[in-house]
Design a protein around this ligand. Structure first.
Ligand SMILES: *[C@@H]1O[C@H](CO)[C@@H](O)[C@H](O)[C@H]1NC(C)=O
Ligand SMILES: *[C@@H]1O[C@H](CO)[C@@H](O)[C@H](O)[C@H]1NC(C)=O
Ligand SMILES: *[C@@H]1O[C@H](CO)[C@@H](O)[C@H](O)[C@H]1NC(C)=O
Ligand SMILES: *[C@@H]1O[C@H](CO)[C@@H](O)[C@H](O)[C@H]1NC(C)=O
Length: 407
């Protein structure tokens, strides 16, 4: 009785939902995403860079205390715990999004993650050759291979089970989080000027994003979510090294770097505006990471952060500047220590954000806050954030599933 009552309620609410949705937004694909395809850098890398370059100087995330929160051990992620794609998976009650390159295991049922630490949107291989154009090619190859494999009558059921379902390409959400390294590499490694970044690097990044959209669209993609650049001028590493030699703004952030991030974000707005004209049947949303990051820095207490520690690295060592970032003793190495309450920190290791920060960002993005379409996945897909809390552990959510492939 109780069962049929709740089934009835479910049907009623689905009908109400569909009616309401169609009434308000005819152009939007009314189906919730059934899969996630992510392109990006270390902010969303769930294992690729470490799986690809098993011996690398950037492999601190293989060492404790990376992954301490939620996972309880290093999880090939550049944070103390979950990243935005992890929170998305929890909100949609899916397995965590697996990295595309995953030794000895694959699971493409709900999409996959091409993001790789150090990559760029322009064709810049100075920190990682798996830049955006490369990640898009990986996607196209995966799609071709899956189509081919599915046409094989004699394919093992065990293998077929882990391939993307038929509609995961057409009903997937394609997320992009890339571009921060274009600017950082240009400034710190390639020694380019701000003018060169604006006239060469950013346009090349935009060309690749436009081409990427075209390739994905031609392969069935219809729903896109772009994360623009957060204000890297406020990051621990840049404030430590540039904050005393370059002008800073009211928040204590390096103005010149933030202006370049804004230039990138303005170009992204234009690129997406033209994609909207070119592909009227697709939906494109930009999440304004920059504005969201600024909001957190302006009102840290509102989101649970310690207002005196918004630029201090939780994990690191003293010796240079005042923000607990020392490039010779980075998090994960002997001499570096972890703060006692990572929940109060925005910055994890001097370069990357904490799980607490990503939790707030994920809620904003799913709720349609700081987005230019207002598309509210929480309402549209009836999501909840019950598994977002700091007390929730990997084992409590996924401990009984057979595939535990994050390390
Ligand atoms: C960086 O570029 C400037 C010119 O923009 C040049 O004066 C300087 O020598 C270059 N530095 C290095 C380390 O190449
Ligand atoms: C970047 O490289 C890809 C091939 O890897 C190429 O198709 C693309 O045109 C290049 N982008 C630019 C802006 O040169
Ligand atoms: C991009 O567009 C959004 C709204 O459409 C706007 O709020 C934001 O300021 C723009 N960003 C830049 C850097 O111009
Ligand atoms: C999005 O929807 C959720 C659930 O209905 C609601 O709680 C939230 O306030 C909405 N967000 C915005 C920005 O309206």
């Amino acid at each position: 009785m109780a069962g049929s009552k709740s089934a009835f309620r479910q049907i009623v609410s689905v009908v109400i939902f569909i009616t309401a949705f169609q009434a308000t937004s005819a152009r939007v694909n009314s189906d919730c995403p059934t899969a996630f395809w992510n392109f990006g850098d270390s902010l969303t890398d769930t294992g690729s860079v470490i799986n690809t370059f098993p011996v690398c100087p950037q492999c601190d995330p293989e060492r404790s205390p990376y992954g301490d929160s939620f996972f309880g051990r290093p999880a090939k992620r550049f944070s103390n715990g979950r990243l935005v794609p992890d929170f998305f998976a929890l909100a949609f009650q899916r397995p965590l999004l697996q990295p595309y390159l995953q030794p000895a295991a694959f699971d493409y049922r709900f999409g996959t993650n091409f993001a790789s630490g150090g990559t760029t949107a322009s064709n810049d291989s100075s920190t990682n050759p798996f830049f955006l154009a490369f990640q898009i090619s990986q996607f196209a190859r995966l799609k071709r291979t899956v189509d081919l494999e599915k046409s094989q009558v004699l394919m093992c059921a065990q293998v077929r089970h882990f391939l993307p379902s038929d509609d995961s390409f057409s009903k997937g959400l394609y997320t992009f989080e890339i571009g921060g390294n274009d600017i950082i590499n240009a400034l710190l490694i390639r020694n380019l000027t701000a003018a060169q970044i604006i006239t060469q690097v950013i346009p090349e990044a935009m060309t690749n994003i436009a081409k990427g959209i075209q390739t994905l669209y031609n392969n069935g993609a219809r729903q896109f979510l772009f994360f623009n650049l957060p204000n890297a001028g406020c990051s621990t590493i840049l404030v430590t090294f540039l904050g005393s030699i370059l002008p800073t703004d009211a928040l204590g952030c390096v103005t010149a770097v933030n202006l370049l991030d804004q230039a990138y974000n303005a170009a992204l707005n234009a690129t997406i505006a033209s994609a909207r004209t070119q592909y009227p049947r697709a939906i494109f949303t930009i999440f304004n990471y920059y504005a969201a990051n600024e909001e957190i820095l302006l009102n840290p207490t509102k989101y649970g952060f310690n207002p005196t520690l918004t630029k201090t690295a939780c994990c690191g060592a003293p010796g240079v500047g005042t923000l607990n970032y020392n490039p010779l003793v980075t998090c994960g190495n002997p001499g570096a220590t972890k703060c006692s309450n990572p929940e109060e920190y925005v910055n994890w290791d001097g370069v990357h954000f904490t799980e607490a920060f990503y939790r707030v960002i994920s809620k904003f993005a799913l709720n349609g806050q700081f987005t230019d379409t207002g598309l509210n996945y929480t309402a549209m897909c009836n999501l909840n954030f019950n598994l977002f809390g700091p007390q929730v552990t990997f084992n409590s959510v996924y401990g009984n599933t057979c595939k535990v492939t994050f390390t």
